[in-house]
Design a protein around this ligand. Structure first.
Ligand code: GLU
Length: 391
């Protein structure tokens, strides 16, 4: 347990280091009683402008297109099927940007709209293009406002929700903090809508199973992701060495309070491992296309010595994937411990598994690489504290 004073010190230190932050705002903050919450948007604009004037770079990830579209078109409730959601987003996105442009205009700040799909971020070239564009906007002092390009994505290509999109943008832009603004004060030890005695947890140093289980789904009236999705986002962000906060976007001056180190919302402490942007892309943006099961020796060599995965350590291959795809690495018990980009397709790996690298050419008729996954393309995903290989 930490004291309030200790938490203030931790927060002050972390927030002082933030030169670039991603701020995510949920639909529950931007709409109220089936109306756009104009005063909240203005208040957010004032606080974000204050951060920008302090010399910090901010990228805003904003939901609200579907919510505002529902209101604009006059639908009685948020649609559940994809074409209606997409149409609502198409109607609502200009309203959202109009509201931001007007609100930020008051503080003489310019905004830009950036609509992305998961496909864009999975493709390495488009991923880098998106980063270059965002960097230019930040250099110009223009606030990028990012949302999913809802009208063109189908379920399997979706980010899932904007919590996940915000994590990917945090990694893409190498930000030092993700602030997730929602319509409740933070992470509670029980569902605060049901239990009167639920209390806010101010600091989480490790996202273990209890935290994940407690993060019961409590979606906002017009939003998509609940607490569970926010905790999964925190897991991705903190495991790459970046802190995240969940706080209420409806609380006056919440951003100012956070950046002044005040003990508000829930702070998820960063893990010790700082991952490069490329490794984050492999681990958190790409979709897993299959899995490779390895023996104990290979799992150890990868986790403890940072080695590449060679055919000799492979005992099984799941799925049909191609060269360059991202796959999970599983140990003998089926525990996923790493992710990486494969140099060979699944059917070729099945042919060479268990063999020495010197036998690859003979078996396949060609050999492009010694490694099935090169260590530069491998990311360990197991938290040290839950790593059986450490014991
Ligand atoms: N892209 C959706 C919207 O703007 C939001 C998805 C989400 O809230 O997670 O409405």
């Amino acid at each position: 347990m930490t004291t309030k004073q200790e938490r203030i010190e931790i927060r002050t230190d972390l927030f002082n280091r933030v030169k670039r932050a991603v701020i995510k705002v949920g639909t529950g903050v931007l709409t109220h009683d089936q109306k756009p919450a104009a005063s909240v948007i203005t208040h957010l604009a004032r606080q974000i402008s204050w951060l920008m004037d302090e010399g910090r770079q901010v990228i805003l990830v904003s939901s609200g297109a579907i919510g505002l579209g529902v209101i604009k078109v006059g639908l009685r409730e948020r649609p559940t099927d994809i074409p209606h959601k997409q149409a609502a987003a198409a109607a609502g996105q200009p309203s959202l940007m109009h509201a931001y442009e007007k609100a930020f205009g008051r503080y003489r700040k310019k905004v830009a709209q950036v609509l992305l799909t998961r496909d864009d971020l999975c493709n390495r070239r488009r991923h880098l293009n998106a980063r270059n564009t965002l960097n230019v906007l930040l250099d110009w002092g223009v606030l990028p406002i990012v949302n999913e390009n809802d009208t063109v994505v189908v379920n399997e290509l979706k980010f899932g929700d904007n919590d996940n999109l915000a994590a990917m943008i945090t990694h893409l832009m190498d930000a030092q903090m993700l602030v997730n603004l929602t319509d409740i004060d933070g992470f509670y030890d029980k569902d605060p809508h049901v239990h009167k005695d639920a209390s806010l947890v101010p600091l989480i140093s490790r996202i273990d199973r209890t935290v994940e289980q407690t993060a019961c789904d409590i979606p906002g009236a017009l939003g998509t992701g609940g607490m569970s999705s926010k905790v999964q986002t925190a897991k991705k962000v903190t495991s790459s060495g970046i802190p995240m906060v969940i706080a209420s976007g409806l609380k006056p001056n919440i951003l100012k309070s956070l950046f002044q180190g005040k003990d508000v919302g829930t702070l998820f402490l960063p893990g010790r491992q700082k991952m490069t942007c490329r490794k984050c892309w492999i681990a958190f943006t790409l979709k897993e296309k299959g899995a490779i099961r390895v023996d104990r020796g290979a799992a150890r060599a990868i986790c403890k010595q940072g080695r590449s995965l060679l055919p000799i350590g492979i005992i099984d291959v799941d799925g049909e994937f191609r060269e360059g795809d991202m796959v999970g690495c599983l140990d003998l018990d089926g525990t996923a411990f790493a992710k990486g980009l494969v140099n060979y397709k699944a059917s070729d790996i099945r042919k060479v598994m268990g063999l020495k690298t010197s036998q690859i050419r003979k078996r396949l008729g060609h050999k492009y690489y010694d490694e099935v996954i090169h260590r530069d393309n491998l990311v360990i995903t197991l938290d040290e504290t839950e790593d059986p290989l450490c014991q």
